[in-house]
Design a protein around this ligand. Structure first.
Ligand code: NAD
Length: 475
């Protein structure tokens, strides 16, 4: 393990912002060549320093699987940066638009302009991915970028600051470290766009602060993402994919399945299939390098309270600890827990769980499962397990969510060609691939009048010609 000393903060937020604002005013957007070069340089730096990042994240979390850091924090960013480098010149191209007959022979097009200086606020759960994946789109679009990563992962934030400092001039992109006070001051700055990933509660505060300066926001929030298993789908397969999605990063994933809807007569079989799946995936927990710890004592305590609350309200707990180990609370590893018979008032059915706890809710008819989902705020992700096209279409047609994966969990999020974002309480706006480029660009409409044109036909003085024209247009 490399030892990483937290990087001193040093930089004052206002200085960094003023520097970038000045650079934007004087030098404008990053050149196309510089964007391509920086996208590749950052990807290469991440590849080169992957072990250092894995080590920093592990130290911040107490324990984080090195493989999960490389797979979920580094790979998606490197892939996103390289995808953007390959395609951004095409994304930048103006798009010619058709023009109505009466305005011909003028022409119309959309040009994509960078917005200016943009801010990115990121959370702790995927501290590299969620700071840098938005940067790919923002950089490809030519903006100058300020990032405020989470204070709960200080070593990773310090390493991010170092790497960004090596690849970019501070007037192009910079990292500002600090706690909630810095975060609040950050959200109050008059950015040209503010991109926030985090909780719904803080998202609301960010939007309020941004409204003061009419700063447009993208909010990537959380929520309770359901998984629905249809009567036809093999339970072992569903249980395994849900266990993989739920226990990756110990459930600290914004799109982790939050609860599962199972046909009533299959509930007991699901509990047993899930137990078997966990035992296969994680034969032991305490010393298992693949099983990640809860990142902070506050969150570990919140999860313990969530489990106790469900139990006190009459839910049945099914703890899954395949090797029967005793888990030292100081290590902050929490064994997976299934909850059955959870009353709706329990915190586990009210709050986003964000840990290895999975309520199982039974349903009799698909309409009931759909109603259950629809009675709650729109989730960030929705998972359907069925080979029955009618079932899948009914669920997709009658619900809403940021994204969907069918017969799988999590993987819709790493498709560069699919926009990623929430809807309603799970957020607004989207990114990844071209969607990220568009989020950080202004689509500017350009109408170009022809040298010889008929515009005079619609100018005063209005008379009988106009009358004839209007009776044609309004026929
Ligand atoms: P959080 O909302 O507590 O913090 C996120 C960031 O906001 C941190 O950098 C923090 O410093 C900053 N912040 C705190 N108070 C602020 C304020 N008043 N103004 C501006 N910024 C402020 O979230 P968290 O606990 O770090 O992350 C977990 C949450 O994030 C979960 O709800 C999860 O679902 C959500 N999340 C969403 C996505 C997504 O892509 N939609 C991804 C990961 C996490």
């Amino acid at each position: 393990m490399h030892d990483i000393v937290p990087f001193p903060t040093g930089r004052r937020l206002q200085d960094a912002f003023d520097g970038q604002t000045r650079a934007w005013a004087e030098r404008g957007p990053l050149s196309v060549e510089r964007r391509g070069e920086a996208l590749e340089a950052l990807a290469a730096a991440l590849v080169r320093r992957a072990d250092e990042f894995a080590c920093a994240v592990a130290q911040d979390f107490g324990h984080r699987s090195v493989h999960e850091t490389k797979l979920a924090d580094l790979y998606p960013v490197v892939a996103g940066l390289r995808h953007a480098r390959k395609h951004f010149r095409r994304w930048m191209k103006p798009r010619r638009r058709p023009i109505q007959m009466m305005f011909r022979p003028a022409s119309a097009r959309i040009e994509y302009q960078p917005l200016g200086v943009v801010g990115i606020i990121s959370p702790w759960n995927y501290p590299v991915q969620l700071a840098l994946a938005p940067l790919a789109g923002a950089l490809a679009a030519g903006n100058r970028i300020l990032i405020k990563p989470s204070e709960l992962t200080p070593r990773t934030s310090a390493l991010l600051a170092q790497v960004i400092g090596e690849v970019f001039d501070e007037s192009e992109a910079a990292v500002v470290q600090g706690g909630p006070d810095v975060a609040q001051a950050f959200a109050r700055l008059p950015f040209n766009h503010l991109f926030f990933t985090g909780s719904t509660a803080v998202g609301r505060e960010v939007m309020k602060a941004a409204a003061e300066n009419l700063v447009p926001v993208t909010l990537e929030l959380g929520g309770k993402s359901p998984a629905i298993i249809a009567p036809d789908y093999p339970l072992e397969r569903a249980a395994e994919r849900i266990a993989v999605g739920k226990l990756f990063n110990a459930g600290q994933t914004c799109i982790a399945p939050d609860y599962v809807l199972v046909p009533r007569r299959r509930e007991a079989a699901f509990v047993s299939a899930f137990r078997d799946a966990v035992a296969r995936l994680y034969p032991n927990l305490a010393a298992n390098p693949d099983y990640t710890a809860i990142a902070s004592e506050r969150h570990a305590e919140r999860l313990r309270r969530l489990i106790d609350d469900a139990s006190a309200r009459g839910a049945t707990l099914h703890e899954i600890n395949p090797a029967g180990e005793s888990l030292d609370p100081a290590g902050r590893k929490i064994a997976p827990v299934l909850l059955t018979g959870v009353p709706e008032e329990a915190s586990a059915m009210q709050e986003e769980i964000f840990g290895p706890v999975l309520p199982v809710v039974s349903y009799d008819r698909v309409e009931e499962a759909i109603r259950f989902v629809k009675n709650r705020p729109h989730p960030l992700a929705l998972y359907v397990f069925s080979h029955d096209r009618g079932f899948v279409n009914q669920v997709l047609g009658q619900t809403s969510s940021g994204g969907v994966a069918i017969n799988e969990t999590l993987l819709h999020c790493v498709q560069e060609e699919l926009p990623f974002g929430g809807v309603g309480h799970s957020g607004m706006g989207a990114y990844h691939g071209e969607a990220g480029f568009r989020t950080f660009s202004h689509a500017r409409s350009v109408f170009h009048q022809a040298r010889i044109n008929g515009a005079g036909m619609t100018s005063p003085p209005y008379g009988s010609r106009m009358e004839r024209m209007l009776s044609f247009l309004l026929r």
